[in-house]
Design a protein around this ligand. Structure first.
Ligand SMILES: *Cc1c(COP(=O)(O)O)cnc(C)c1O
Length: 396
């Protein structure tokens, strides 16, 4: 059922069955009630600072800057957050909201397991029950994260429908939420799904650009010329862009996973290869086959292989405010290796997609220009996959 709520231009909305309407409506009301509440925001900011290690650093990458010989490069270090990525920002916000709503149980979907681990962490912290839906294929591929979730006290439910991957886990979590809304909050992991999720997740991730803006103004006395971030569903990117959207001179660049290339079927570059569609409760851009079915997607990065993109990104793209560029596996792996050697920072393979595009455009920019790259997470989890890509088998 389509509604005008939560629209970003022609995108977004609430395309959900009647049975899910109550849950979504209750969440919408609760969010409106709490989002500007000073007590709520104070509690969240204490959690951010004392538990998640915020504010995250804005680090001047001197060696990279000198090596590339163009724009001055800063890294927004979300990899230094507790649990190793930006996901904790959203999860702490939603867990606190769920607590205010009187919920005692968190459910979540997860692909690679990063969002599942973050949700299980918040559930442990808040003393809540936690159930994570995960495609059976992913459960088998991501044994370490499955172990971590269980260690943190969560139950992991393998999903066998469809392709048994992330998109099926989302569908299953929505079904579970419909069945048990009384005590359960669905902690969705990116800026996607029906309204109000794209707005809620964006607001909690917007802490990234709120800090970046203060930090760069303090350090350089001016705004950056470009902000780069990788895009899966789009939460770290929208968080990195949000407080710069009205600053028209700041280029906003989302880096999509092109997998083996946008001219192949093994890609996850939604803006560059997708079309308008409706899926998981939202109108947005999706990778589709010729019949309009959601296409299987591929990327070396498990965190970027979602077949859609958040509706606010689809809108920013449609009005030309943000650019979305494809980055292949090979380019991301090279950037992963480059940043490790150059700065001693091993980025998540997702984040390496943004670094890869920076390697292309920084040399074309002038030394008095400034670029900020969001490093959405740390790369320890990716070492085995990158080694395998290079033909080497290691443990882990
Ligand atoms: C999950 C994840 C992403 C992709 O999710 P977005 O919602 O697009 O931010 C990117 N980087 C890391 C490190 C992740 O864990």
């Amino acid at each position: 059922m389509a509604q005008s709520k939560g629209r970003f231009g022609a995108f977004g909305g609430q395309y959900i069955p009647e049975t899910l309407m109550n849950a979504v409506e209750e969440l919408d009301q609760a969010y409106l009630r709490w989002k500007d509440d000073p007590g709520f925001n104070e509690e969240l900011s204490v959690l951010f600072n004392e538990y998640a290690n915020r504010p995250s650093r804005l680090y001047y990458a001197r060696k990279m800057t000198e090596d590339l010989g163009g724009a001055k490069i800063y890294l927004k270090r979300e990899d230094l957050n507790f649990t190793g990525a930006h996901k904790v920002n959203n999860v702490l916000g939603q867990a606190l909201l769920a607590k205010k709503m009187g919920k005692t149980r968190l459910i979540a979907e997860t692909g690679a397991g990063q969002h599942g681990v973050a949700t299980a962490t918040a559930a442990a912290l808040f003393g809540m029950e936690c159930v994570v839906f995960m495609g059976k294929v992913d459960v088998e591929r991501q044994a370490l994260n499955v172990y971590k979730m269980r260690l943190l006290g969560a139950k992991v439910v393998p999903v066998t429908s469809g392709t048994a991957t992330l998109k099926d886990a989302v569908s299953e979590a929505m079904r579970e939420w419909t069945n048990r809304v009384s005590d359960t909050h669905y902690c969705l992991g990116s800026v996607m799904g029906p309204h109000p999720f794209p707005t809620i997740v964006r607001d909690f991730q917007a802490v990234i650009s709120r800090e970046t803006k203060q930090q760069i103004l303090k350090r350089e006395g001016r705004l950056p010329d470009a902000v780069l971030a990788c895009v899966g569903g789009g939460s770290n990117a929208i968080g990195s862009f949000y407080h710069f959207i009205d600053d028209k001179d700041v280029r906003l660049i989302g880096c999509e996973a092109a997998g083996r290339g946008i001219d192949t079927f093994e890609t996850a570059a939604t803006v560059n290869t997708g079309r308008l569609g409706i899926f998981h409760g939202m109108k947005s851009l999706f990778c589709q086959n010729e019949y309009g079915q959601i296409a299987p997607v591929y990327s070396i990065s498990a965190g970027l292989d979602y077949p859609g993109i958040g509706p606010e990104h689809a809108w920013l793209h449609s009005i030309g405010r943000a650019e979305y560029v494809p980055v292949t596996d090979e380019e991301a792996v090279q950037a992963f290796e480059y940043m490790s050697r150059m700065e001693g920072i091993i980025p998540a393979i997702e984040s390496a997609h943004a670094v890869a595009h920076a390697l292309k455009i920084a040399p074309q920019m002038s030394p008095d220009q400034i670029m900020v790259i969001t490093i959405s997470g740390r790369g320890d989890k990716d070492c085995a996959a990158v080694a395998r890509y290079r033909g080497e088998e290691i443990e882990g």
